[in-house]
Design a binder for this molecule. Structure first.
Ligand code: DGL
Length: 285
């Protein structure tokens, strides 16, 4: 697509996808399926994962460093495929940091698209909150995301009459990053059992950490059959596709896809393959 605002000869770069570790790959997989002609550069900050039990200040600093690294790769649009960073750092970055650090660049999160999907209130909706299509929502997320209160706050801006229960799953990300899938599944099951004591029949469950879809079956096994699990990766991919239609200057042609990590590339590649099957090798960031 051609954008009259871009001088001819300047090709849009790849889209950057950032997460603390492997979780964002669940989102990247959905992006690649939805936008097969688009190049992506993925950065996992494995050296500092997990983010979920860190103070907000540190999450902001690490997220900024990751986004800057992706800007250096020519990514003018970066998606925080990390709910923790989206909930804790994104609004602050957009308002206080980006106008100076990258006035031409954009950083978006994966958090609000899910809330839009739950409430039917899309980007740009400025009207008052209206009754939600679901009445009881169980959010599973990291401690930092739960502590930020961002999910309930953003939901209440758009919807009325919805009860929200936020449950953190301490140790789940660590277990997945450490290759302990069985332990991760156990933590997911315990978290759901705990949540169901307070909210026995949620209409919808949101796996509000991009690592959690990697063990979605464990959540599904314990949740009541009638509870809908919202698939954040697919929702985020749809939202990105829509954003690119509205902002075609960020839609790049297929180029070289890169997978970068601040951790050990060999170990991270093996982990990605164990969790997601065949996967291109990671390089040092
Ligand atoms: N996968 C990330 C999220 O969506 C971060 C998890 C973590 O680093 O604790 O929240």
């Amino acid at each position: 697509m051609t954008d009259p605002n871009i001088p001819s000869g300047v090709a849009p770069g790849p889209i950057g996808v950032f997460d603390s570790g492997l979780g964002g790959l669940s989102v990247l997989r959905a992006f690649e399926a939805r936008l097969p002609d688009q190049a992506f550069v993925y950065l996992g900050d494995h050296a500092n994962a997990p983010y979920g039990d860190r103070p907000a200040e540190e999450i902001r600093r690490l997220t900024m460093a990751g986004v800057e690294r992706l800007f250096d790769e020519g990514c003018d649009l970066v998606i925080l495929a990390c709910n923790t960073a989206s909930a804790v750092a994104l609004r602050w970055m957009q308002e206080k940091w980006l106008p100076f650090a990258g006035p031409e660049q954009r950083v978006l999160g994966v958090f609000v698209p899910v809330i839009e999907a739950l409430t039917g209130r899309n980007w740009g909706y400025l009207g008052p909150p209206t009754p939600a299509r679901v009445k009881r929502v169980a959010l599973f997320a990291t401690e930092a995301t739960v502590a930020s209160g961002a999910f309930t706050r953003e939901l209440r801006l758009r919807a009325t009459g919805v009860e929200v229960l936020e449950t953190s799953c301490p140790g789940l990300v660590d277990a997945l990053e450490g290759g302990q899938r069985g332990l991760a599944e156990e933590i997911a099951e315990l978290a759901v059992q705990h949540a169901l004591k307070t909210m026995p029949f949620p209409d919808a469950a949101v796996l509000g950490c991009t690592h959690y879809p990697l063990v979605e079956d464990a959540f599904r096994d314990v949740l009541p059959d009638e509870t809908e699990i919202l698939s954040q990766p697919e929702i985020a991919a749809e939202s990105l596709a829509d954003y690119l239609v509205r902002h075609p200057r960020f839609a790049g042609a297929k180029g070289e896809d890169l997978r970068l990590t601040t951790g050990d590339p060999g170990r991270v590649t093996a982990q990605a393959r164990a969790l997601l099957g065949a996967h291109r090798p990671f390089q040092s960031a």
